[in-house]
Design a protein around this ligand. Structure first.
Ligand code: 6R9
Length: 647
């Protein structure tokens, strides 16, 4: 925590959509009269084919768990993102695509976007995709990924995007879980001059996915690929034959919009389900107010569409607002460390939204790559994905933003659909590392471990939300029981975020990180349970337990305690094999940093692994390990401490 604050400039506040007084007034209304408040916002941000009966209808109780916004209203997301802008902005650039190579740029107007989306929607229809059917996207960061998302929404199909860095195994389990009939992918993806064989990965995945009858392949890399006649079709061939007219389907506000898999503290990743009306209202409203987006601004979010940030803040929020949104295929270090800043100058980006992990790695390369660019177009900066440390905040603010751009540190989750706590750029004196205050309609509470509300300031506890917001998760796909158990069982009557937070003397919130068994590696969520399951697949592993530890660059690192089979001794060769197994099962983001051979693991008498102790050993906080007397075999701890690996 840093005690510096950065006052909001009067100049910025004067031109902002929302200043301090307006925030206070609107926030109070959003909490005291949510029906009227959200009805007003829904009419301002979204075009509806048919109005709603009730603004919100909900219960967090187990027997009656439901969250419905704008009941019985009708709308279509692609209509809101495209058609309604055509008259005024047909020729305006909707998407600025910047390829992996600086020579590759493509500008797509709203009119072209309309054509592309209608044609692809017709291809999907011809292939038998109907309203409610699931379509899996396993794609590079190319315009076709956005076309595919919007084409699904046009016909009411539900997309499930699987990040292109995930393995065939991870892709297969996600396709199976959501029972997809169509996959859209590309021959290869190109990132940092390297190619990832997406189609070859999809071929492996599809061997175990009998529900998939069609695989639509975009030609991107151009390398040869295998072809399954009847199942595989070339994207561009099919689209070229398709009609450019496609009526948008009238969707119910609560019809499913997309599924996005994310890691939790137990079991396999779960399909977070979002629906149509509420999600779109929150996406559009937060995009405009949190980034102080104005007509004509060029807006760039560096996330991948495989993550929720890409869904809400590359595609749905900006396009609903008729913005020009930048989509970048590559990585910040290619061809060199100044690529981000060059892109900002090249496209005159006004609003820039990225992750602390990217900021830290660019900061490590020094100021020279930044200082050779101008960045004068920048007006607002944002971060998302993990807590930002004060050094990275200062560097972002001073070196990247030249000290003039407010930084919005946006806390939210795959499950929340859109921003939940964040400073607004014309409202707050900024405190580096603080998400400051709730977004409109968000009512946070801090709970102690027994579920009692902690009143007063300062305070610290488990962060929960006491009522629904429009973009809230509506379910875990296919598993209503898991939906309740994951989010509502821990503290009945509340949505539990899995995060801990502090509230300072001024009532401002500071997210302290996950309090459950979810790791945050470079802003990517990974469950310790999935990493343990992957390690367990190796025939030489008897048991494994995984914890996180602080890591300078990636925020957290993965520390695995592994017990080899039959009391054997672990070797360096086995370590390398285990690291490769986890990478193969999950994907390159799941990089095990440290493996400690552990003849035994600390367990309770009922056989539960005590991760609290393993965390303390990994972080070298042996003195504060607490009571170990309840362990079945307290001596295993001494052995683990004696052989701890340096972090
Ligand atoms: C949007 C996104 C969610 C988890 C969340 C929290 C962490 C996200 C943060 C942040 C501190 C921020 N997180 N934003 N922590 N400050 N500004 O990242 O979704 O991938 O589901 O991750 O990320 O721990 O619970 P998701």
């Amino acid at each position: 925590m840093s005690d510096k604050t950065f006052p909001v400039s009067k100049e910025f506040a004067d031109q902002a959509h929302i200043n301090h007084a307006k925030y206070e007034e609107m926030y109070a209304r959003s909490i005291n009269d949510p029906d009227a408040f959200w009805a007003e916002q829904a009419n301002e941000y979204v075009t509806w084919f048919k109005p709603w009966k009730k603004t919100v209808d909900w219960s967090f109780a187990q027997a009656d768990l439901h969250i419905n916004w704008f009941t019985e209203a009708k709308l279509n997301v692609s209509y809101n993102c495209i058609d309604r802008h055509l008259e005024k902005r047909g020729d305006q650039t909707a998407i600025i695509w910047e390829g992996d190579s600086p020579e590759d740029t493509r500008l797509i107007s709203y009119r072209e976007l309309h054509k592309e989306v209608c044609q692809l929607a017709n291809v999907l229809k011809e292939r038998g995709v109907k309203k409610g059917d699931r379509v899996s996207l396993y794609m590079p960061m190319i315009p076709e990924a956005t076309f595919a998302m919007l084409a699904c929404t046009r016909i009411g199909a539900v997309h499930s995007i699987v990040f292109g860095g995930f393995s065939p195994e991870a892709l297969s389990s996600r396709i199976q879980d959501s029972d997809c009939s169509v996959v859209i992918t590309a021959d290869q993806s190109m990132r940092g001059g390297k190619r990832v064989p997406l189609k070859a990965n999809a071929d492996v995945a599809l061997k175990t996915c009998p529900s998939v009858h069609t695989c639509i392949v975009v030609k991107r890399g151009g390398d040869p690929i295998e072809w399954t006649e009847g199942r595989d079709v070339w994207y561009h061939d099919e689209v070229a034959k398709a009609s450019v007219d496609c009526e948008p389907e009238q969707m119910d506000s609560e019809d499913p919009l997309f599924i996005l898999y994310t890691s939790g503290s137990t079991g396999t990743p779960k399909g977070v389900l979002h629906t149509t009306g509420g999600y779109l209202v929150q996406a559009a409203m937060s995009h405009k107010t949190v980034f102080d987006y104005k007509d004509g601004d060029v807006y760039w979010c560096t996330a991948d569409v495989g993550w929720v940030t890409g869904h809400t803040y590359i595609v749905y929020g900006p396009l609903t607002n008729g913005a020009t949104t930048v989509m970048f295929e590559g990585i910040p270090s290619y061809p060199d460390m100044s690529r981000f800043w060059q892109i900002i100058d090249k496209h005159q980006v006004n609003i820039f939204y990225t992750a602390p992990t990217a900021i830290r790695s660019l900061m490590a390369a020094g100021n020279e790559p930044v200082e050779k660019t101008s960045r004068a177009s920048l007006r607002v900066l944002g971060t998302v994905g993990e807590p930002i440390n004060p050094e990275a905040w200062d560097w972002y603010h001073n070196v990247i933003g030249g000290g003039r751009c407010p930084i919005v540190d946006t806390w939210w989750q795959t499950e929340t659909g859109g921003h939940m706590m964040t400073p607004l750029p014309g409202v707050n004196d900024l405190k580096p590392g603080s998400a400051m205050q709730p977004f409109f309609g968000v009512s946070p509470v801090l709970l102690d471990d027994e579920g009692n509300v902690i009143e007063g300031n300062p305070a610290a506890g488990n962060l929960a939300i006491d009522r629904p917001w429009p973009g809230a998760i509506r379910g875990v796909y296919g598993d209503p029981k898991r939906f309740y158990e994951t989010y509502f069982a821990m503290f009945p009557g509340y949505y539990f975020t899995g995060d801990g937070a502090r509230r300072d003397e001024d009532g401002h919130y500071w997210i302290t990180g996950r309090v459950d068994d979810v790791l945050n590696i470079s802003g990517h969520r990974l469950g310790t349970a999935e990493i343990e399951a992957a390690l367990g697949l190796h025939p030489k592993v008897a048991e494994a337990a995984v914890v996180g530890y602080p890591h300078d660059l990636t925020g957290q690192g993965i520390y695995a305690y592994v017990t080899p089979m039959n009391g054997e001794v672990g070797t360096d060769e086995l370590k390398a094999e285990l690291i490769a197994t986890v990478r193969k099962e999950i994907g390159p983001i799941a990089k095990v940093n440290i493996i400690q051979w552990s003849p035994g693991l600390p367990k309770t008498r009922s056989g539960k692994i005590m991760r609290r102790i393993l965390r303390k050993i990994a972080t070298n906080e042996i003195d504060s390990m607490g009571d170990t007397s309840t362990l079945a075999e307290p001596s295993v701890v001494d052995d683990l401490v004696a052989h701890r690996e340096n972090t």
